[in-house]
Every structure is written in structure tokens, then in C-alpha cells.
Write a protein that binds this ligand. Structure first.
Ligand code: SF4
Length: 322
């Protein structure tokens, strides 16, 4: 017969580190996890009720959990997030992967079990996991960027095509995430074997400066930032304004890949209350000529005429070379 597992225990397994309700419980839980991990293809049956993990738990009173109401809610939310129902039979590996993708990576774990007494462990581990993934991603961008910079003279187009990725590196380095990751590293909380050249301040700064110089040399011109602040018309309700802002964001950000010369294009629609504008376009173009081409490009004109101009009353623009 297949082993029964409470759906929310799929979350507990992700960050378990040997702490629990009693020594008997932790010994037992550790053994269950090892067994599952040794044979990940084994089929488990999802059950909203006490399971194999509950066997040695002091909260298990003759088959009934003393916190039944709370954990039942966790179970139901895990099933819903993973697109499963009670009684489903699924391999342990597949279930673990679903929990990782739909709950942990989706960032909704604390919304499900944030009131659990062990939440502080999972919260800390998630913070490190997110940092590790981010550093891994930025590290691969940096490696590829350096490779393309080395080959930029022979393969300039390849180098230019990679600018939107290098922009992500630039945003990472100038934002809060790089500072947070740097602190985690200083505190010794990152895995020892994690490649982290991206956290070397000189390394990333030098790479970005080299990129800028190469861009100027290869293009014979400098990139241009095109920033616009709009204020929407007064007669629009708050709800209408939100729909319009979403439409402008989708319309303008969707121009990347359609209009030549756009390096990056973002529309920020979530200003703080202290703002006196409703939204901001933050875009980067390969050159002044690319910006001129964008302003008259039919795809851009269509978005401007249908989604922007009819609803805006003030437009302030700043273009500058970078
Ligand atoms: S009996 Fe309750 S508290 Fe104990 S492991 Fe099972 S679900 Fe968790």
C-alpha cells in the first residue's frame, strides 16, 4: 500500500533541519525524509489527516492532530496551489517538485504557513535560496558578458544583442539585491562552493565600465536614456487610472523586439503617495538615431495614439546620453 502524506508536509520537507516537537519526532521525521529521498519514484497518497510523519509526534492524540484546524488549512492550500486534490497518488519526486515550483519559487509559502512556529527557519532558508539563485543567474550573465566583450571586435552584433542582459547586471549591481547578497556573503551564509565573482565590487564595476567603453567604440555613439513622466487626466477614477496605467505598461514594454534599437524599456506604475506624477517610462536606446526612429515607428505610434495620448494631461520628457 502506498504511504500517505499530508500535503503540507511537502513544504516542511523542503527546509527541514532536524528541529521538531520532540527527539522521537525529529528522529522519525529525519528517517522518513531519508527513505523518501532514497526512493523518490515511490508513489505517495495525499491525505488531509495524520500521516507517516505524524506517527511519533506529541501532538498526535490517537490519530488526531491537536492543531488539526490549522494544519488542515495548510493542507488544503498546498493542494490548491499544486493543482491536486485529496486522495491523489503521485510520486514523491513529482510532488516535491510541484511544491518547490508552485509554492516556494512562487513566493507564497509564508502566505500558507506563516503562522507556523517553525516559520522562522523556512523564512531564513528561503532568503538564502533566493540569493543563491539570483547570484547564480547574475554569475552566468557576467561570464557570458565577459566572453562577448572579449569577442566584441570580431563579433560586434553578438555583443550588441547581449546588452539587455548586461542591463540586468547593471540593475542588480545598482539595486538593493546586490547589497543584500553582499551582506549574506560577509556573514558567511552562502554555500562555500557557490561561484560569486559577481559579488566582487571591482569585478562587476570593471566589467560594466568596459562594456560602456566597448559600446561607444563599436557603435561610434553613446546610448541614450529616454525618460517620460505622465500625469493622467483629472476626470478619470482611481480604478480607470489603474486600468489605463496597466494598458500603457503592456503596450510600451511590448515594443521591445518590435522597434529596432530599444535596449531596455520599463514603465513604472507603482509610485508612492509622495509622487506628483502617475507613471514613468524608463527606456534606453542604442543611440540618438534609434530614439528618433522609435518616436515615429508605427508600432510605437499606435500605442501612443490608443493607450497614452487620450488619457494623459501632462508629459515631461528627459533624454540624455549614458
Ligand atoms: S500530528 Fe499535527 S503537528 Fe504533529 S506532525 Fe502531524 S500535522 Fe504536524
Amino acid at each position: 500500500m502506498n504511504k500517505c502524506l499530508r500535503p503540507h508536509h511537502g513544504m516542511c520537507f523542503q527546509f527541514y533541519e532536524g528541529k521538531g516537537y520532540s527527539a522521537d519526532f525529529t528522529d522519525h521525521m529525519g528517517r522518513i525524509i531519508r527513505e523518501m529521498e532514497t526512493e523518490p519514484s515511490q508513489i505517495i497518497k495525499l491525505q488531509v489527516g495524520t500521516d507517516i510523519v505524524c506517527e511519533n509526534c506529541p501532538n498526535n492524540e490517537a490519530g488526531d492532530c491537536t492543531t488539526a484546524e490549522k494544519v488542515k488549512k495548510y493542507d488544503e492550500e498546498v493542494l490548491k496551489a499544486c493543482g491536486l486534490v485529496e486522495g491523489d497518488e503521485i510520486s514523491f519526486a513529482e510532488f516535491t517538485e510541484l511544491v518547490r515550483e508552485k509554492i516556494i519559487d512562487a513566493g507564497i509559502r509564508s502566505g500558507i504557513c506563516g503562522d507556523c512556529s517553525w516559520d522562522y527557519i523556512c523564512r531564513e532558508k528561503e532568503r538564502i535560496l533566493r540569493a543563491v539563485r539570483r547570484i547564480f543567474k547574475m554569475e552566468s550573465i557576467l561570464d557570458e558578458a565577459l566572453r562577448r566583450m572579449d569577442d566584441a571586435e570580431e563579433a560586434p552584433q553578438e555583443f550588441l544583442d547581449y546588452q539587455s542582459e548586461i542591463k540586468k547586471l547593471e540593475e542588480y549591481y545598482s539595486g538593493q539585491e546586490w547589497k543584500d547578497d553582499f551582506v549574506l556573503d560577509e556573514e558567511g551564509l552562502l554555500p562555500k562552493d557557490l561561484k560569486r565573482g559577481v559579488l566582487s565590487e571591482d569585478g562587476i564595476y570593471d566589467a560594466l565600465e568596459r562594456n560602456k567603453e566597448l559600446m561607444e567604440r563599436i557603435r561610434g555613439t553613446r546610448m541614450v536614456k529616454h525618460v517620460i513622466l505622465w500625469t493622467l487626466k483629472d476626470e478619470l477614477s482611481a480604478e480607470e487610472k489603474m486600468t489605463i496605467k496597466q494598458g500603457i505598461k503592456e503596450g510600451l514594454e511590448g515594443l521591445k523586439g518590435k522597434v529596432p534599437g530599444i535596449v531596455d524599456i520599463k514603465v513604472n506604475i507603482n509610485g508612492l503617495e509622495s509622487s506628483n506624477a502617475d507613471l514613468m517610462l524608463d527606456s534606453t536606446f542604442e543611440s540618438v538615431e534609434a530614439l528618433k526612429g522609435y518616436s515615429v515607428h508605427p508600432e510605437h505610434v499606435a500605442v501612443a495614439d490608443s493607450k497614452v495620448r487620450p488619457y494623459t494631461k501632462i508629459r515631461s520628457c528627459l533624454d540624455f546620453e549614458v
